[in-house]
Design a protein around this ligand. Structure first.
Ligand code: CA
Length: 242
């Protein structure tokens, strides 16, 4: 059994940002700063490329340049809003245009926010964080809470009812992943992708092994098992949402 990431601490932020920008230096600058802030970054040079990435796995936020080679940022934004999958995907438009009418156009077709180039990086980063805080707070929260279970990302610590729960790095990431989607049934392959990464050479049974360890660490005495096995489907953490 190989767990390639076992020695790496999880980031305090798990949000994924897609940068759609055709100017390489600016794309690089954005990537560098976003990664330094703990985000996972994907980059597309065009709307077409971005569309493929989004359909594979929607990001948590899109930084979208207005002026792109083929499909304009505006048109791409419109397409994202037209699809039920991405209707609520947070979008910040980047543009050299500072005209009030453009700003209104961008916002009217569904961009959540709008930043004019050249922008200040701290300001952009603050807007990214503010938008994520509204749209998917569990992705940037320093602490995840589910009933009496608390997971502190920054301190890398888990407690249940005030008692410290000691977890290995994989069990920690597994719990973190569960706590980001409480009430949702997660299949073994979703857990593999989310916790071990898509490229990991890990058997699906490995998931069961680590869930067993996580349960044993979390449950003392008559405490309730927070993880439910859904036969033929996977696992669900916490209360059912449906
Ligand atoms: Ca451009």
């Amino acid at each position: 059994m190989i767990d390639a990431r076992a020695d790496i601490n999880p980031p305090t932020i798990t949000a994924k940002v897609l940068v759609v920008e055709d100017e390489p230096p600016l794309a690089e600058l954005l990537r560098y700063n976003l990664e330094a802030a703990g985000y996972t970054v994907q980059h597309a040079h065009s709307g077409e490329e971005a569309e493929v990435l989004v359909s594979e796995e929607p990001p948590d936020l899109v930084l979208l340049d207005w002026m792109l080679p083929e499909t304009s940022g505006l048109e791409f934004c419109r397409r994202l809003r037209a699809s039920s999958e991405t209707r609520h995907l947070p979008i910040i438009m980047l543009t050299a245009r500072g005209e009030e009418s453009d700003r209104i156009r961008g916002l009217s077709i569904g961009a959540d926010d709008y930043v004019v180039k050249p922008f200040s990086l701290p300001e952009l980063m603050a807007r990214v964080k503010a938008l994520l805080r509204r749209a998917s707070p569990e992705r940037i929260a320093e602490e995840l809470v589910a009933g009496e279970i608390r997971l502190d990302r920054a301190a890398h610590k888990v407690t249940r009812g005030g008692r410290e729960v000691r977890l290995g790095p994989t069990e920690f990431r597994l719990l973190e992943f569960f706590m980001q989607s409480p009430g949702r049934v997660l299949s073994r392959s979703q857990l593999l992708d989310g916790v071990w990464g898509r490229d990991a050479f890990v058997d699906e049974r490995t998931v069961d092994v680590h869930i067993g360890r996580l349960r044993r660490a979390l449950i003392r005495g008559r405490e309730k098992d927070p993880i439910r096995t859904v036969r033929g489907a996977g696992y669900v953490f916490g209360e059912r949402s449906t």
